[in-house]
Design a protein around this ligand. Structure first.
Ligand code: SAH
Length: 406
């Protein structure tokens, strides 16, 4: 038998209603008599209301001890001060955590011994444990990570020329149920904390060959980053803080299913990270069918939010477009895509569908994929075909699902 790996699903499996994220609320509300989903304006208030409740519905796991990885360097300084030592002790902790990758508080040898004892009593450094590492023939590696409460997530390391990209997960499972996505079949189990997001980077980094370095981070693993907004933003601050990881924000990309309210909030954070949008369709009829989120945020509204998004100098918004045979791969779709993206500094990532058992979708033939790309290029749109990495190990886009044989 194959089951999802999380031993104690939170919320309980019987509450899959909750487990399909707050999205279910609006889906159900729309299915209720008199709530025609075409009337987008009417469902939005409910969606927004549930959106704000997200942290109430899905509290991140509360551990008794503070995970130091959940704290920004400035908060480590506050913590040090609150424990009666000078603020600079907090900076020392940050350099142990991020510079040296230390996980043992006792080993932070330049901290006073009694302070280490107090700190170890109240705090921990909870780096997810790499339970399994599966190498792909194409050089990528899938990491199965076990979190403190036993939940499992996946990260994927993808080397490419002079880059080494880490794909991180922001939720255990996903509640958005995109029809073509295997992760979506899991439902949402829980949000991942900021410390667990950056912990994926620390765990992956600790296992690299000497001299290797993670150069790029993409939020394209399991889950929807903007549905776990607070943890996602905090993790972005940790990754870009020079006193923590110090990544350039240009090397970080957050991918979203298209949560307009989240995109608008992110636009105001001054983070300067790249944005990727999972568009996947060129009209609402098709997008409604394959991406339930579209029933709350229609394409026009999504693209308006993209037009307002502050795109860094020389950067572009990436539009991901999974090519599904007979669904969204016609020349007409390609032409509509050109029209839709007018006025947006965009680049398109065409992702030939990665199959999984029982999906009900198929990857289009090669000539159809190339023809789709050709049409975009002819209209001056940057378009690349992303032949997913790790397809042979179930680590490609949309193939992340954690299962255990029992
Ligand atoms: N929830 C976020 C992050 C996931 S990123 C988002 O939707 O953007 C993973 C990307 O792979 C998304 O663009 C997703 O739509 C795409 N994807 C999902 N299933 C896929 C599949 N079977 N084949 C190809 N791409 C897929």
């Amino acid at each position: 038998m194959v089951t999802t790996s999380h031993p104690q699903a939170y919320p309980p499996a019987s509450h899959k209603f909750w487990g399909s994220l707050c999205l279910s609320w609006y889906t159900l509300s729309q299915e209720a008599p008199g709530k025609d989903r075409v009337e987008r304006g009417r469902v939005r208030p409910l969606l927004l209301r549930t959106w704000r409740l997200e942290s109430v519905c899905y509290p991140t796991t509360r551990m008794s001890r503070q995970n130091l990885l959940d704290l920004l360097p400035s908060e480590l300084e506050d913590l040090a001060e609150s424990l009666g030592v000078p603020r600079y002790r907090g900076r020392q902790i940050a350099s142990w955590l991020y510079g040296k990758g230390a996980t043992d508080i006792e080993a932070m040898s330049d901290l006073p011994r009694d302070f280490r004892a107090i700190l170890a009593d109240r705090a921990t450094v909870a780096v997810p444990e790499i339970e399994r590492r599966t190498p792909s023939q194409d050089g990528s590696q899938k990491l199965v990570l076990r979190l403190e409460d036993g939940a499992r997530i996946q990260s994927v390391l993808m080397p490419d020329a002079d880059r080494l990209t880490l794909c991180v997960s922001t939720q255990v499972g996903c509640g958005f149920a995109c029809a073509f996505c295997l992760t979506g079949t899991m439902g949402l189990e829980r949000n991942v904390t900021a410390g667990e997001i950056v912990g994926q980077v620390l765990a992956a980094r600790a296992g690299l060959e000497p001299g290797a370095r993670i150069t790029h981070i993409v939020y394209m693993g399991m889950g929807e980053p903007l549905a776990n907004y607070a943890a996602t933003v905090k993790s972005l601050r940790l990754l870009t803080d020079p006193k923590a990881f110090g990544f350039s924000p240009r090397r970080i990309t957050v991918s979203t299913v298209g949560l307009v309210s989240g995109i608008e909030r992110l636009a105001k954070e001054n983070l300067k990270v790249n944005l990727a949008i999972s568009l996947h369709a060129t009209n609402n009829e098709i997008r409604d069918r394959i991406m339930p989120v579209n029933k709350g945020f229609a394409i026009e509204e999504l693209l308006e939010a993209c037009r307002r998004f502050p795109v860094a100098f020389r950067q572009r918004i990436t539009f991901e477009y999974v090519l599904l045979e007979g669904v969204n791969d016609s020349p007409e779709d390609s032409r509509r895509l050109v029209r839709l993206l007018k006025g947006i500094r965009a680049k398109i990532n065409l992702i030939p569908f990665n199959d999984w058992e029982g999906s009900g979708f198929q990857r289009p033939a090669l000539h159809r994929i190339m023809g789709f790309q050709e049409l975009l290029l002819e209209h001056g749109i940057r378009a690349t075909v992303r032949w997913s990495k790790g397809e042979d190990i179930g680590a490609a886009c949309g193939q992340l699902k954690e299962t255990v044989e029992v």
